[in-house]
Design a protein around this ligand. Structure first.
Ligand SMILES: Nc1ncnc2c1ncn2[C@@H]1O[C@H](COP(=O)(O)OP(=O)(O)O)[C@@H](O)[C@H]1O
Ligand SMILES: [Mg+2]
Length: 238
């Protein structure tokens, strides 16, 4: 298991948000956590990255405990995090955004990775000198993902990557993510409120409601569960 969350109780200051949460992310799989607004999805990612307060339980990466480590050390282990909002600099060009994301790399590395990333996202290559603010919503998400990839992470945590996108564009972005898994061997953890499209494409799925995990299993099984709506809204429990 690449990433393991064990009996996690976490939140902010004195506010507990997650209660005894367990999560397994298998290498090279797409793991999807769905749940309504306020369920604690972002807090789960914040807990993995060392941003939220952990009261009990632990997070393991490659078998080593990472909870308690500072965020910059966690990210240096190869864990990339795309927060929910504003991931690109709108006043800078695509090229400048990608360079900014690779400030820790030396020049030769930047060139290599830039070539690699642009071959994965031809649309960014096409718009390389355009300001990010002029890109469409879908293209901007791709730029944000491309920026994260400049540091060649092993795992990428994506928060609401398809929110506010038209379904067809959301599908395109998610298909692009599957492609990354296949081409780069990337491991992907997605948290999403609008669950359907992500569940169609994911391997394993978790349902988080009011800070507790209500389901874990195959993504398609959750999607096709006869009580999906009731479970999602927290009306029913398995
Ligand atoms: N930085 C924060 N400080 C205090 N409380 C927060 C913070 N971020 C989120 N919360 C609270 O934590 C709960 C879960 O929020 P969040 O993890 O953002 O849910 P989701 O991502 O599933 O919508 C909410 O009640 C929210 O108000
Ligand atoms: Mg959120």
């Amino acid at each position: 298991m690449l990433l393991e969350v064990r009996n996690l109780i976490s939140g902010y200051g004195k506010l507990k948000v997650l209660f005894n949460v367990n999560l397994d992310v298998e290498e090279k799989e797409i793991t999807v956590v769905v749940g309504p607004n306020g369920a604690g999805k972002t807090t789960l990612l914040n807990s993995i990255m060392g941003i939220a307060t952990i009261y009990d339980g632990a997070v393991y990466y490659n078998g080593s405990k990472i909870s308690g480590m500072p965020t910059h050390k966690i990210s240096r282990l190869g864990i990339a995090y795309l927060p929910q909002m504003g991931n690109v600099f709108t006043e800078l060009t695509v090229n400048e955004n990608l360079r900014l994301a690779s400030y820790l790399l030396d020049k030769a590395e930047v060139k290599d990775r830039m070539d690699e990333v642009l071959s994965l996202f031809p649309v960014l290559d096409k718009f390389i000198n355009r300001k990010a603010g002029t890109l469409s919503g879908g293209e901007r998400r791709m730029l944000a993902i491309a920026m994260a990839l400049m540091r060649r992470p092993k795992i990428i945590l994506l928060d609401e990557i398809t929110t506010d996108l038209a379904p067809i564009i959301a599908k395109k972005v998610l298909n692009q993510i599957i492609d990354l898994r296949d081409k780069l061997g990337l491991t992907i953890l997605i948290v999403e409120q609008l669950a359907k499209i992500a569940l169609e494409l994911g391997d394993q799925a978790y349902l988080l409601v009011s800070g507790t995990m209500r389901y874990s299993g195959k993504a398609l099984e959750l999607l096709r569960h006869p009580d999906f709506s009731e479970l999602y809204l927290g009306i029913k429990k398995i």
